[in-house]
Write a new protein. Structure first.
Length: 169
C-alpha cells in the first residue's frame, strides 16, 4: 500500500493493487527478481524444463532463419584496425569515386564488347566465377561492417553465416 501511495503521489498516473501484482508477475516471469527459497528453486527448474526443446521441434520453428557462428573476431579486429584506417579517409573515397567514374567511361566507350561479356556468366565456368566473386565480395562487405563497429567502440562478438530460408545471406 505504501508503494502504491508513493507512486501515485510522485507520478502523474494512478495505479492500484492489480497493477503492482501484474508488474511483480512480469518481473518474476522474465527472471528480473532475485527469488529465494524452495518455491523459487522449483519455479526455476520448471522454467528451465519448459525452455528445452527437441531438435526437430527447434528446426520446425526456426528453419526460416538460422545463424551459424564461425569466428569470435573481436581481438583480431582490434589488432587489424590500424591497418584498415585508410579506408575511412577522404582520399580513399575520392579515389574510389574516380575509379568508378573511369570504369563507367571506359565501359561506355566499348559498350558492345562489354555487353557480350555477360554471355560468359551463363556457362558453368562463368557461374562459378560469379558465385565465387559474390562470396568474396559479401565477406569483405561484412568485414567492413565489423571494422566499422570496432572503430566506433562496439564489440563484434561473432562472425558467421546466416541462412534465410536455407539460403546464405
Amino acid at each position: 500500500q505504501r508503494l502504491i501511495a508513493e507512486v501515485n503521489q510522485r507520478l502523474p498516473l494512478e495505479i492500484g493493487d492489480e497493477d503492482v501484482e501484474n508488474f511483480s508477475r512480469f518481473l518474476q516471469f522474465h527472471s528480473l527478481t532475485r527469488p529465494e527459497g524452495e518455491a523459487a528453486l522449483k519455479q526455476f527448474l520448471n522454467q528451465q524444463q519448459q525452455s528445452r526443446s527437441v531438435w526437430w521441434r527447434w528446426l520446425l520453428h526456426n528453419y526460416l532463419f538460422m545463424r551459424i557462428p564461425l569466428l569470435h573476431p573481436h581481438r583480431m579486429l582490434q589488432r587489424l584496425l590500424p591497418h584498415v584506417e585508410l579506408f575511412y579517409r577522404r582520399p580513399f573515397w575520392l579515389a574510389t569515386l574516380a575509379a568508378g567514374a573511369c570504369g563507367l567511361l571506359f565501359a561506355s566507350r566499348q559498350w558492345q564488347t562489354f555487353l557480350h561479356t555477360f554471355l560468359h556468366f551463363f556457362t558453368l565456368e562463368g557461374a562459378l566465377l560469379a558465385g565465387g566473386t559474390l562470396v568474396v565480395t559479401k565477406c569483405l562487405h561484412e568485414l567492413g561492417h565489423a571494422f566499422t563497429c570496432t572503430r566506433y567502440g562496439a564489440r563484434v562478438s561473432t562472425l558467421g553465416v546466416a541462412l534465410l530460408v536455407l539460403m546464405p545471406v
